[in-house]
Write a protein that binds this ligand. Sequence first.
Ligand SMILES: NC(=O)c1ccc[n+]([C@@H]2O[C@H](COP(=O)([O-])OP(=O)(O)OC[C@H]3O[C@@H](n4cnc5c(N)ncnc54)[C@H](OP(=O)(O)O)[C@@H]3O)[C@@H](O)[C@H]2O)c1
Length: 332
Amino acid sequence: MRYRKLGSSDLEVSEISLGSWLTYSGGVAFEQTRACTDAAFEAGINFFDTANVYGRGAAESAWGEILSSRPRDSYILATKVWGQMSDDPDDRGLSAAQIAKQIDASLERLRTDFVDLYQCHRFDPDVPVEETIEALQQVVAGGKARYLGFSEWTAEQLQAALDIAGADLFVSSQPQYSMLWRAPEKELFPLCSANGISHIVWSPLAQGVLTGKYRPGETPPADSRAASSDMNFAMDRLMNDTILETVERLRPVADQAGLSMADMALAWVLRRPELASAIIGASRPEQVHGNANASGIELTPDTLEAIDEAMGDVMITEPTLGPLARAGVKHR
Ligand SMILES: NC(=O)c1ccc[n+]([C@@H]2O[C@H](COP(=O)([O-])OP(=O)(O)OC[C@H]3O[C@@H](n4cnc5c(N)ncnc54)[C@H](OP(=O)(O)O)[C@@H]3O)[C@@H](O)[C@H]2O)c1
């Protein structure tokens, strides 16, 4: 496993990190969560990403139980705040009161005194950004988080925050990024680079689609996310023949390069120096071990060109999660 510096922080995070959305919030049983987490440590993964809203605390609680048996300095822990935490519509967002309440609740569930990275899960247009920034800075000043980050903010929203607080405010950005969703390359990557902010990208395998496990016109494997009514709610834009036929065209490219499709998809995101880590999800320990192998794979210029040729202009043009989240649909 290789490691990269997280923005301007002193954290060295593994190029492959493990996330807990859908899986460890309830989609995968607790013992399987433990097995995947143990596999991550075995594979050299030191970076774990969760959020208060994953299973409304369930993912943090599971990792609190599992991780607290290990030395606190053996892992780098990231969580997030923003999502709706109860049926009260106001129990969400990035107000000062909500941030103060949610960091304490997260730390209690995670059974630790601090997280290494505290991230705004989205931007909150209903709260002045000055209020959010001050509340986040208080979390750091109180020793409850070492560094701050954000997820899915636009370049304009980020610039507004940087204008107020300066480039030291954030060390990380968490956008969706994969062969199928390249939108952050345009504005977010350059702005973050100019301000010492690294990316830790989500759904680098497009929720498993880029592993080639789903074939056009075929029923998804029974043990897959797409077949799971608990976990497939954000796969609509991925599970159609246009996307799946495009992914089929990547198969010979991976074969020619001597790589699995998963390795190729992960090496493709990691080719960008703006990234610190690709956050994978895993329902089984074998997936963790397999995906960890992608760290250190360098794709040749020929392979990169063949990938672009195979993809053509087929990209997802709407985020797989943003509109759902904006519409207030339960963010499991
Ligand atoms: N900031 C945000 O808004 C946001 C949003 C989404 C996610 N995230 C973060 O990003 C993390 C990863 O997201 P994700 O789970 O969508 O990532 P992903 O790595 O694109 O997809 C993970 C899923 O793909 C399947 N898979 C993984 N490796 C495989 C392999 N080698 N072969 C076959 N199938 C494989 C597994 O599902 P099955 O085995 O069940 O098919 C696994 O659960 C989350 O846990 C979370 O921490 C953040």
